[in-house]
Design a protein around this ligand. Structure first.
Ligand code: T5A
Length: 235
């Protein structure tokens, strides 16, 4: 339903959006998430930044188990089920309530990570993974997905620099070939769903990447709604 303005005319109201950030290790997703949140705030748009696996207390508990590598011996389909168990709780406890309040949601990873890591790399049967996604998400999907694309060496070097002397997690410790295939998997997802996905060259300096990310959000999600958050566009 289109809400009425103070003088009874219709206001062009844009629903709150779910923006997901995807890409390999150290691509700069968390950095872009914070930058986008700041840009939205400048426009008067409230948002939350969240992450997967995690983003709600129960999903964070599952994150600990998954990243410790304890599920790895059970195989990639078992990992996919665990990622979805976390995702369902994340959606119900964090994402949907935020969207319902009118807040935008910026999620550092979402379902494309399962498609890329457990699907393309773990070789889980695409039909099986597709069925899991359909049942778990029931049509719920991001409005816009930014895929941060970086050469493997750059991503791993960034992740290692940020980690310092800390141990690598379950996925960072995979070989170079794994991360190259991962990059390809994301590019293929973007090719299949161009209406939702935008690939950004994330090897550029952080300010440039944020500029591109913001331009994409403005073009895809804020187009025609600038007045919604400023002075209510009257139709
Ligand atoms: N996973 C996840 C699955 O297998 N299946 C799933 O379904 C899901 C949801 C999550 C792991 O779980 C896997 C994928 C992952 O392996 P995580 O700890 O959340 O693990 O790790 P990542 O999501 O990979 O995130 P990272 O923390 O490794 O990297 P980010 O967020 O992409 O990068 P960021 O922003 O922290 O930046 C890393 C470093 O690089 C610098 C930053 O300052 C930081 O030091 N940096 C830049 N430097 C130069 N130029 C730029 N443009 C830069 N941008 C950032």
């Amino acid at each position: 339903m289109v809400p009425k303005g103070p003088v009874g005319r219709k206001i062009a109201m844009r629903q709150a959006c779910l923006i997901t950030l995807e890409g390999g290790e150290g691509a700069g997703k968390s950095t872009v998430a914070r930058g986008l949140q700041a840009r939205l705030a400048e426009r008067g748009v409230l948002s939350i930044v969240t992450r997967e696996p995690g983003g709600s207390p129960k999903a964070e508990a599952i994150r600990g188990i998954l990243l410790s590598g304890k599920v790895k011996p059970y195989g990639p389909f078992a990992e996919a089920i665990m990622f979805y168990a976390a995702r369902i709780d994340h959606i119900e406890k964090t994402i949907r309530p935020a969207l319902a309040r009118g807040n935008w949601v910026i999620s550092d990873r979402f379902a494309d990570s399962t498609r890329a890591y457990q699907g393309a790399l773990g070789k889980v049967d695409p039909t099986l993974l597709g069925s899991l996604e359909r049942v778990a998400l029931a049509g719920f999907r991001p409005d816009i997905t930014l895929i941060l694309d970086v050469p493997v060496e750059i991503g791993l070097a960034r992740a290692a620099a940020r980690r310092g002397s800390g141990a690598t997690d379950r996925f960072e410790s995979e070989g170079r070939g794994f991360h190259a295939r991962l990059r390809q998997a994301y590019l293929e997802i973007a090719e299949r769903e161009p209406d939702r996905c935008i690939v950004l060259d994330a090897s550029l300096p952080p300010d440039d990447v944020l500029e591109m990310a913001w331009a994409a959000v403005e073009m895809r999600a804020l187009a025609g709604v600038s007045n919604t958050f400023a002075d209510a566009a009257l139709q």
